[in-house]
Design a binder for this molecule. Structure first.
Ligand code: UDP
Ligand code: MG
Length: 327
């Protein structure tokens, strides 16, 4: 099969028939073999009935229905699990993304050798309250992820080589950073294509401004887990040591000041009157806690099955498995 189109949706009943007809038109015109996987993320409207109806007329339509609403990332992850096409394309259900982009995205993956091609809504039809924070968000994501050529991380329209979607795991709200997830999994050929964008025709947006707060927190999480996921002590231990060094210097200062004053017969002062005493106290406590956090982190990693989970591209000769866990 050439293409799997994965469409996560939450209460988008009005848009679905138009979307399906449009995708079908594009696929038939280009002679692609395809499937459309609608992942109904616990919609409370007629969406699922509409999908069942669509399937009766077009056997390429497939669907999964969550019992409740989980979010866009779980929906995408489930669709990725089902996808069988060589190229997997994700698309929002609200008709803001145009299926006319599919042939070119497919070509970029199959001919130009990209692992992932992300859409770029260069001209957006969204309210200003969304477009301005988005600029800031993308600048930060570029900096942190090191993927310098992407302008629009969170674009719903993206294309992937099949093995990319089978390797990465999208959970929580991580759909905003799929290119970063892919890069961390070793898929570095990441491209971009300017795509058409339209104003929402039916229904309303499912994400409010909290997306930006959560977006930054998720970015911090990804940065941390990517850099220190299997060696947390390198992070906490470094900070802890820094605290101890500061604390140690402060202790020396406290002692030296005290001895100096005694030697010169100055007025008798308590060490607790010195600011260095309090600096020493707090940094020592913080240092201990950071080290303890590091140790707990290491214990968790030790028990994680992922600690030795690597991206192996190819093996020459026989691969000897030496699985100590007996998995
Ligand atoms: N969506 C989903 N589950 C959710 C929220 C959204 O599957 O909990 C889908 C939604 O139906 C749409 C896509 O994710 O197909 C993008 O959502 P939306 O258009 O509201 O986001 P925006 O375009 O405003 O960024
Ligand atoms: Mg939308």
């Amino acid at each position: 099969m050439d293409i799997s189109v994965v469409v996560p949706l939450y209460n988008e009943a009005e848009s679905l028939p138009e979307l399906e007809a449009w995708i079908r038109r594009v696929m038939d015109a280009n002679g692609f073999s395809y499937e459309i996987i609608f992942v109904n993320d616990g919609s409370t409207d007629q969406s699922w009935d509409v999908i069942k109806q669509l399937r009766q007329n077009n056997p390429a339509v497939k669907g999964v229905c969550f019992r409740r609403n989980y979010g866009k990332s779980p929906a995408l992850n489930t669709g990725f699990g089902m996808a069988q096409g060589d190229v997997v394309i994700t698309m929002d259900a609200d008709l803001q993304d145009s299926p006319d982009e599919i042939p070119e995205l497919y070509r970029m993956i199959t001919r130009n050798g990209f692992d992932l091609v992300s859409g770029w809504k260069q001209k957006r039809y969204d309210p200003l309250s969304k477009t301005i924070p988005t600029k800031l968000f993308n600048a930060t994501a570029r900096k942190v992820s090191g993927i310098k050529n992407l302008h629009d991380f969170n674009c719903g329209l993206k294309a992937y080589r099949q093995k990319v979607v089978k390797r990465i795991e999208v959970y929580g709200d991580m759909h905003r950073y799929i290119p970063y997830l892919a890069k961390n999994a070793g898929f570095t050929r990441i491209g971009e294509k300017v795509v058409h964008h339209q104003a929402r025709k039916y229904g309303k947006t499912k994400f409010g401004l909290d997306r930006f707060v959560n977006g930054y927190l998720d970015l911090a999480t990804l940065w941390f887990t990517n850099k220190f996921g299997v060696k947390p002590m390198h992070f906490f231990g470094l900070l802890g040591s820094l605290m101890f060094i500061i604390g140690f210097l402060a202790v020396i200062a406290v002692g030296a000041i005290k001895l100096y004053n005694m030697y010169h017969g100055n007025q008798y002062t308590l060490v607790t009157n010195s600011p260095y005493f309090y600096i020493a106290l707090t940094t020592m406590i913080l240092g201990t806690q950071l080290f303890l956090t590091g140790f707990i982190g290491e214990l968790i990693v030790r028990n994680s099955h992922r600690r030795n989970d690597y991206e192996i591209e190819e093996v020459l000769g026989e691969k000897k498995t030496n699985d100590k866990d007996g998995e």
